[in-house]
Write a protein that binds this ligand. Structure first.
Ligand code: ARG
Length: 589
């Protein structure tokens, strides 16, 4: 189904042509002066240059022709040559009725669906999740849902960090604490225990302590390095420990992601790319893609047009060790082999931008990907505290994600208990859903690349541009619909949405009608904030309409039925959008 702007544009373009002008000038946009009109066309201004005449000489006759068009209620040419458009009530209602009939509210899905991998987890095992991982997860989950909604085959990969030097540090740290563990006994021949020798909380204490200790103890650092090397070369005891770490971490990670409404299709790990490394390195050498620089193996990625410094991509260090780069390149090899994707999207902190640029160039140059495989990096900004600096705990440490979620949930819980009359059990459940929505919406309503300020009070407010406000609007519509049934009413089978009868209703319909345009832009720009902005506007329009209209007391049955259908449509649209940003409304709040 065409978007409402396209339909208006069709009329406008035809009028340009009928009057002897190129139809390309008939572009229509939403009005930037909503006090004057709903839509506008500014094409007469550039057209006047081409046709060497005054813009009013173009806009005038076009407007005269369109005045009798039933799609328009009002259309005017305003000096120096703007065309202001207000559409007719019937046309608007027709469009909304069509939206209601169509699957996906009339959205046109991707004609050539693509296979897309999104790499948006990146948690590191044995280390607690922090706020950076949260942004990646929240943004990635939403982008995954948007791409999927548009008809693509989308594979979300957690891409666990499980292979770096941190593993050596954790194992060395564990050895310091529990030197007698059988995993450290080189002469041990039997079966290792099935149970891990640590809990997740114990595990999470080991890494920071070991990391701190290694800074002032070079022998310990050496030992950790040696352990990493042995682990990566198949040391039995270390491998068994590593498997325990993996298991304990992953089951904990899954819990946190679940709380955030985030789920991955794949739980691949950096280590899964290891088997591809040797062949890949050989291939780089055989094809002269790589050269030796001070003992290290590197791929040059500098291009003539570069204005910034572009260091080469290091594949092997001078001691033969692999790096983060090596793993990412080998992961590309693996992904191409297993899924042959048309596009791979990476979502991390924007500080990794140069890194990914280097990886993408190296992958293209060495033809690890096809010429038309798209490699995208989406970098997000920092979540700051109220002081404008990266968000920290009160003690100045890194806030654990679980604690952050809990804080927001508690805040929501307090608000519910203070302002609502709800049974304690239900209040708890509601706070869990609303708390996550507050956190996620507070994040996603910002442009991805921008830094933002984490403000618990604002995020959890039931008013303003917040998650709770959106959910509250959903709950409110549900309760009006329930009321309609409660008073024994049923929609007549021939009921439709009637042309609007008040300015609030016009406004609400205009907001509803924007759905497809919003979704297309959210899709093209991979921008969840577009959806947030839209549902905020839609929720506002709904609430103004609701305050001005006595829906349940209305005596004209057809009118009442029309409103009920319309707010039902608003509910569906809001819930679809809520799904797309990964939040969910409770039954009551
Ligand atoms: N584990 C990494 C980190 O915590 C993020 C991984 C992002 N994805 C990737 N393919 N490099 O910074």
């Amino acid at each position: 189904m065409k978007t409402i702007i396209n339909l208006i544009e069709d009329e406008m373009k035809k009028a340009f042509e009928d009057n002897g002008f190129d139809k390309k000038y008939g572009t229509v946009t939403i009005s930037n002066r909503p006090d004057l009109c709903q839509y506008q066309c500014n094409g007469a201004l550039p057209a006047a240059k081409e046709y060497k005449t005054a813009p009013m000489n173009i806009a005038g006759p076009i407007v005269d022709q369109l005045k009798s068009n039933p799609k328009f209620k009002e259309i005017n040419a305003i000096a120096p040559g703007f065309i202001n458009i207000t559409i007719s009530d019937e046309f608007l209602a027709d469009y909304i009725n069509d939206m209601k009939q169509e699957e996906g509210f009339g959205i046109e899905k991707e004609q050539n669906p693509k296979t897309i991998i999104i790499d948006y987890g990146g948690p590191n095992i044995a280390k607690p999740l922090h706020v950076g991982h949260m942004r990646s997860a929240i943004i990635g989950e939403s982008i995954k849902r948007i791409l999927r909604f548009m008809g693509n085959k989308v594979i979300g990969d957690a891409h666990l960090g499980d292979w770096g030097t941190q593993m050596g540090l954790v194992i060395a740290g564990l050895r310091m604490k529990q030197p007698d563990l059988v995993y450290f006994d080189e002469s041990f021949e039997g079966e290792y225990p099935k149970e891990a020798p640590f809990t997740i909380s114990e595990l999470e204490e080991i890494y920071p302590a070991a990391s701190e200790y290694s800074k002032s103890n070079p022998e310990f650092r050496e030992e950790a390095k040696q352990i990493t090397y042995l682990l990566q070369n198949g040391h039995k005891g270390y491998l068994a420990l590593w498997n325990h770490i993996l298991e304990v971490s992953v089951s904990d990670l899954k819990k946190v992601y679940e709380r955030l409404n985030v789920s991955f299709d794949l739980w691949k790990k950096e280590s899964d790319a290891q088997p591809y490394i040797n062949d890949m390195v050989q291939y780089f050498k055989d094809n002269n893609y790589a050269r030796i620089s001070e003992g290290a193996l590197v791929i040059d990625v500098k291009e003539e047009t570069d204005t910034k410094e572009m260091p080469p991509c290091m594949v092997l260090k001078s001691d033969g060790a692999t790096l983060y780069n090596t793993t990412d390149l080998a992961t590309i090899v693996e992904r191409m082999k297993l899924f042959d994707p048309d596009r791979i999207i990476y979502i991390t902190d924007k500080r990794q931008e140069l890194y990914f640029e280097t990886i993408f160039r190296a992958a293209r140059k060495t033809k690890l990907v096809n010429d038309n495989t798209i490699l995208n990096f989406i970098g997000f900004g920092t979540m700051n505290g109220k002081d404008g600096k990266p968000f920290k705990t009160r003690e100045g440490g890194v806030m654990r994600l679980e604690h952050l979620i809990q804080n927001v949930t508690d805040e929501v819980h307090t608000k519910i208990v203070e302002n609502r009359n709800m049974d304690p059990e239900e209040a708890k459940e509601v706070a869990v859903k609303v708390g996550v929505a507050a956190l996620k919406y507070g994040d996603l309503s910002n442009q991805v690349s921008k830094d933002y300020i984490f403000d618990v009070d604002r995020f959890t407010s039931f008013e303003g541009n917040t998650g709770p406000y959106i959910l509250y609007t959903i709950v409110r519509i549900k309760s009006i619909l329930a009321k309609y049934e409660e008073i024994g009413k049923k929609l007549p089978s021939d009921a439709v949405i009637l042309p609007p009868s008040s300015s609030h209703e016009v406004n609400l319909m205009l907001e509803i009608s924007k759905f497809s345009d919003v979704l297309y832009s959210a899709y093209e720009e991979t921008a969840p904030n577009r959806i947030c902005q839209y549902i905020y506007d839609l929720a506002n329009a709904l609430n103004s309409f609701y305050h001005e209209t006595k829906i349940i007391a209305e005596e004209d049955e057809r009118k009442q039925a029309s409103w009920i259908i319309m707010i039902g449509l608003v509910l569906d649209v809001l819930q679809t959008c809520a799904y797309l940003i990964g939040i969910e409304a409770p039954e009551r709040m």
